[in-house]
Ligand binder design. Structure first.
Ligand code: HEC
Length: 177
């Protein structure tokens, strides 16, 4: 009796693996980006991301001081590396942003001022797997990542000099240019 249950359970698991393999190899599993991520996919991805970030993200506050120089450097790094996906101060998405599967938030509209700096640091350093969010671990220094995080934390309360630089970052939205 016990044996029968085990054999039955193994049969169901094995059958499931075969069906999944067939669905994937015959081209029935979605691999396109022109669709909306499903609820299940979003929930699984978000839960995994939050758990890793809670475990790994630096807990210290941003080591870079809030001043014109650091904010402006952060804005310049953002303009060169992030604005194409996350938008400029008008919050309008570029064609690239509109075509990504996992839409990048337009940070001037849906900001991350409330996120701990360490969380933003982790996301920019490591990137977010299976989304368009790249890892900048090999292209930006830690100091540059903290500065771009500083800008994002203070985006809604910039110094006048930094605000002027932010307003000049060109939007790459096709409709609004
Ligand atoms: C090629 C497009 C692309 C570029 C370039 C890019 N990102 Fe992202 N980013 C994304 C996408 C897509 C997501 C959403 C991932 C998700 O849904 O989990 C994201 C998510 C984020 C988040 C999390 C937002 C939230 O609401 O939790 C932050 C913060 C972020 N990016 C910052 C940056 C910074 C800073 C840069 C530049 C140094 C950058 N990104 C460059 C595509 C991009």
């Amino acid at each position: 009796m016990g044996k029968g249950i085990i054999v039955g359970a193994l049969g169901v698991i094995f059958g499931g693996v075969i069906v999944a393999a067939l669905v994937i190899t015959l081209g029935y599993a979605p691999a396109n980006a022109d669709a909306k991520p499903s609820w299940l996919e979003k929930t699984l991805a978000k839960t995994a991301l939050h758990a890793v970030i809670n475990r790994e993200a630096p807990k210290n506050p941003n080591p870079e001081a809030v001043n014109d120089k650091n904010l402006i450097e952060g804005i310049e790094i953002y303009s060169q590396n992030c604005a194409v996906c996350h938008g400029a101060s008008n919050g309008q998405p570029s064609n690239i942003a509109l075509g990504l599967y996992q839409r990048p938030p337009q940070l001037a509209m849906h900001g991350v001022e409330d996120d701990p700096a360490g969380h933003t640091f982790w996301k920019v350093f490591h990137g977010i797997r299976m989304t368009g969010m790249p890892s900048f671990a090999h292209t930006l220094s830690s100091e540059q990542i903290w500065k771009v995080a500083l800008f994002l934390q203070n985006m809604k309360s910039l110094t006048p000099a930094a605000e002027a630089v932010w307003k000049r970052v060109p939007s790459q939205a096709v409709k609004n240019s």
